[in-house]
Structures are given as structure tokens and as C-alpha cells.
Design a protein around this ligand. Structure first.
Ligand code: ADP
Ligand code: MG
Length: 363
């Protein structure tokens, strides 16, 4: 066990009707840091968060808050209201019959004086830019304003840990970006350790100090966004963050032949099948000049020619799909800005070798 962690899950397992939805999961949250629990729908993110919150009890494993053991299978399980954690969920509605002020003060212990409670709620309203909204009722506020009040209520009790389960997904994109940035900045400023559950890789890349990527109840890779994106442990992790291209081949004499020339693939058994993964933005496109492409280089290997199968403009970038002449395979390249070559235009592709990932196939 590390010290200085705001919340630690150690070796957590949870089974529902004989299916393990969380398996031997460990996770640590640090003060003032945002950890994103990222993964596809159904992989066990909410169950993990509910165990951290105390809303669900694990079958195996321990939960620590500020280095204090607060739950394990053979001890009394500390209930959510005693854990000093804040929650935010997508549908965590405000009380409709209470004013904004009363809603926020609901999050502050009853034993505090009403003077103290008033001071805290007024201060929080200022922080979320809703000064003057004290006596309004929830139905008088927009969705974004309601979400900010829900945030104020969640942090009114000054929790050291904030658990957020897709809290922004009910908002329109523009509003979501703004509220999310403001919310998380405020939590960081207060030194709160945040667990943010999301199924959107862009959201995790943008917000996280650390990403824990989940698959089938397990954390398969954890690290800073840069490393997860650029050093994925397998092709599924790579594919979770963007479309990918795959080249497959068999290792012979420590090399694998591809349409882009041989790749040195040490560390794989002779004869094993490997896949070389490249993201669309790491393929380079060149024009065809009388049947010739660019010269081969050490960095980009041998260029290979293909015919344009489709080209689409997506705003920031264009996606070109090419049918390769070598083997008929289709590869996707992404080019910043507008590039819309016609169907069947011959183009040359080269591959940035420093951006390729090589894995054993079917891992
Ligand atoms: P996520 O939040 O990643 O979408 P969940 O943690 O909600 O995933 O669910 C993981 C799996 O556990 C799903 O297959 C879900 O149906 C199942 N599950 C979640 N809660 C319960 C429950 N209370 N009883 C039975 N199965 C559950
Ligand atoms: Mg969920």
C-alpha cells in the first residue's frame, strides 16, 4: 500500500450471479489529480466506482481512503455517507422542491450552524458563477446551470475524493466542454482526488492526469494519456483511441515482409504471425509522378502505390481510403485540412516506422 493516496482500491473483485464484472482491480487516486476510468460500455466502470463509493460491496479486495482501511470482505463496511467522498452522476437530479441554496446546503453536515452553511453555499455559488441564484428553483435553471449546482452540492461537504460517473454526458457538446473544464479545474484547485468514469477516449485524453483503461472487468493499461496513446500494450488498446491500419506478416530471419519493405521484428519467434499497426495520421501520402513515388528512406521504408477508393472531408482532416496494388488491402490515411482526390487516383503511401506498433497476432 502506498501512502499519500486519497483513495486506493486493492485487488477488487465483484461477481454478479456468477459472472465476475470486476476482476482483481487495483487503482490509486492522488490529491489534485484526475484519474479517468475508461472503457467500453459494460466493462465494469460503474461497478468499480460504486464499490469505491460504498454503494456496492466487493467480494474480494480492500478499499482505503486516506490510508485508512474502510472496507474489506471480513470487516464492517463503511457506508457511503461516512466516507467523505462526493458523487456526481449523469442523472443525479437536484431536489425539485428545494431552492438552489437549500440544494447546496444539503451537502453540508446538519450539525454545522446555518451561518456556516450559508457562507459555504454563497462562496460556492460565486465559484460556479451563479451568484444571485440562491432562491431559484431547479426548474428555473438550464441544464448546464443545474449541473453546476449539482457540482456545488457534491463539493459542499469538502470531500477529499470526488467520484464522477459520466456526469457530463447528458449535456450538448459545447456546453459539456465548458462545464467539464470549469468543474475539473475547480476540483484540482481544491486538491480533490477525482475518479472520472467515461467511455469516450477523447474525453479521457483531454482531462486525465492518468488513464486506467478497462476491458472485461480488468484494468489492462494505466498511464499518462501520452503513453497509453503512443505505447499501447496491444492492438485493442491502440484501436480504442483511433481507427488503425493493420499489416500482417510472418517473421522470417527476425524480419517481417510488408508492402513497405521488410520490418525488423526482433523478439518474436521465427514463423510467428505479427501485426504491424499504424494510425491513419502516420501514413504519408505522395503524388504519383509517371508511375514513380518518393525514394525509399530508412525512416519510412519503401513507398507503396494504391488507388483512391474513397475520400471524405471531416472538418479538421480528410480521410483517404486506398486500395493497395500490392495485395488489394485497404489502408486509411488522414491528412490535415481538405484533400479530396478522385476515385481511382493513384497515390503513394509511406509509413512512419517510428509510429508503428508491432504485436503478436490475435493477442
Ligand atoms: P459500465 O459502467 O462500464 O458500462 P457496469 O459496471 O455498469 O459497466 O456493468 C458491468 C456489468 O455488470 C454489466 O454486464 C452489467 O449488466 C452488470 N451489472 C452491473 N450491475 C449489476 C447488478 N446490480 N446486478 C447484476 N449485474 C450487474
Ligand atoms: Mg456505467
Amino acid at each position: 500500500m502506498h501512502s499519500n493516496c486519497s483513495l486506493q482500491l486493492i485487488d477488487i473483485t465483484k461477481t454478479f450471479s456468477s459472472i465476475s464484472v470486476v476482476k482483481n482491480l487495483s487503482l490509486s487516486l492522488l490529491p489534485g489529480k484526475i484519474t479517468c476510468l475508461l472503457g467500453p460500455s459494460g466493462c465494469g466502470k460503474s461497478t468499480t466506482l460504486r464499490i469505491a463509493a460504498g454503494l456496492e460491496k466487493q467480494d474480494q479486495g480492500r478499499v482505503y481512503i486516506n490510508d485508512e482501511l474502510i472496507s474489506s470482505p471480513n470487516m464492517h463496511h463503511m457506508p457511503p455517507e461516512h466516507r467523505n467522498v462526493g458523487f456526481m452522476f449523469q442523472d443525479f437530479a437536484l431536489f425539485p422542491h428545494l431552492t438552489v441554496k437549500k440544494n447546496i446546503e444539503f451537502g453540508i453536515a446538519k450539525k454545522q450552524s446555518s451561518n456556516f452553511r450559508g457562507k459555504i453555499s454563497n462562496g460556492l455559488l460565486r465559484k460556479i458563477n451563479l451568484d444571485g441564484f440562491q432562491s431559484k428553483f431547479p426548474h428555473m435553471l438550464s441544464g448546464g446551470e443545474q449541473q453546476r449546482v449539482a457540482l456545488a452540492r457534491a463539493i459542499a461537504g469538502m470531500p477529499k475524493v470526488m467520484l464522477m460517473d459520466e456526469p457530463f454526458s447528458g449535456l450538448d457538446k459545447r456546453l459539456r466542454d465548458e462545464i467539464r473544464d470549469d468543474t475539473l479545474r475547480l476540483l484540482k484547485e481544491e486538491g480533490v482526488a477525482v475518479l472520472l468514469v467515461t467511455h469516450e477516449p477523447e474525453e479521457a485524453m483531454r482531462m486525465a492526469d492518468s488513464i486506467a483503461l478497462m476491458r472485461n472487468g480488468e484494468v489492462v493499461q494505466e498511464g499518462v494519456p501520452y503513453n497509453i496513446y503512443n505505447k499501447p500494450i496491444d492492438s485493442k488498446v491502440a484501436a480504442f483511441f483511433s481507427d488503425i491500419n493493420r499489416l500482417t506478416g510472418r517473421v522470417k530471419n527476425g524480419r517481417t515482409e510488408t508492402p513497405f519493405g521488410p520490418f525488423i521484428t526482433p523478439g518474436f519467434l521465427e514463423g510467428s504471425e505479427v501485426e504491424i499497426i499504424i494510425r491513419p495520421q502516420h501514413l504519408k501520402i505522395d503524388f504519383d509522378r509517371n508511375g514513380k513515388g518518393p525514394n525509399p528512406t530508412v525512416k519510412d521504408g519503401v513507398p507503396a502505390r494504391g488507388l483512391v477508393h474513397s475520400s471524405r472531408f471531416l472538418g479538421k482532416e480528410s480521410i483517404i481510403e486506398l486500395k493497395m496494388e500490392t495485395d488489394g488491402s485497404k489502408l486509411q490515411a488522414s491528412i490535415p485540412g481538405v484533400f479530396l482526390p478522385e476515385f481511382n487516383t493513384p497515390l503513394w503511401l509511406s509509413i512512419r516506422r517510428d509510429r508503428c506498433f508491432v504485436f503478436l497476432k490475435n493477442n
